[in-house]
Design a protein around this ligand. Structure first.
Ligand code: SF4
Length: 201
């Protein structure tokens, strides 16, 4: 059975792409970008395992969901499970799919990996490249200006400027014993949020 190893989910956000989106952060990354906003999701350890079909059903059952955004962690390390998730989603509805990756599109295309090739046909927008702290210009839905926003389908082409220039905002989702920051934070906000959380702990 194929399982997706996920660190976190947020069933509804407006801070990770156009419209109301279901956000998924996968556990485990092969990069170690300085200033990574989610270092606790870098270790390639087991977090929550879920069947792609179950997750797709969960996503499609949330009222008002227009899209899904996958980040991490490094999504492409779980390409087989991710492909399955995207296929189930699209079988259910023509939902928008945005995916972040630390690999470049060129690196992904040159891997000759069937699952990754299929993912690239299913994703509407791929935001690629490692996060480079010095190139964080605090704009748009990508973490640093070296990252390229690839519109792999025409779905969000008319919103290109939002991906590159949008004023950033974040949502703080309160859980029973924690707070989850959702969105691409500005450099300053990310550091202050970490300080507040560290103090509270
Ligand atoms: S690729 Fe993303 S999750 Fe991985 S270390 Fe870099 S910023 Fe963090």
């Amino acid at each position: 059975m194929t399982l997706l190893n996920i660190a976190e989910i947020c069933s509804a956000t407006r801070t990770l792409g156009p419209g109301q989106r279901f956000a998924i952060w996968v556990q485990g990354c092969c990069f170690n970008c300085k200033g990574c906003v989610s270092p606790e999701w870098i270790p390639q350890t087991q977090a929550t395992l879920i069947e792609p079909k179950k997750l797709a059903e969960m996503i499609l059952s949330v009222p008002g969901t227009e899209g899904v955004t996958v980040s991490g962690g490094e999504p492409m390390l779980q390409a087989i499970a991710l492909r399955e998730l995207f296929i189930y989603l699209r079988q259910g509805r023509q939902i928008s799919i945005i995916c972040f990756t630390g690999f470049s599109l060129q690196q992904l295309q040159s891997q000759s990996d069937r699952a990754i090739d299929d993912i690239l046909t299913l994703v509407d927008v791929l935001i690629d490249g490692e996060y480079i702290e010095q190139l964080n210009d605090n704009k748009g839905w990508r973490g640093s200006s070296n990252q390229v926003v690839h519109f792999l389908s025409p779905r969000h082409l008319s919103e290109a400027s939002l991906f590159l220039e949008r004023k950033r905002d974040v949502e703080i989702h309160l859980r029973h014993d924690s707070a989850l920051m959702v969105g691409v934070p500005t450099d300053d906000f990310s550091k202050s949020f970490k300080r507040v959380i560290d103090k509270a702990n």
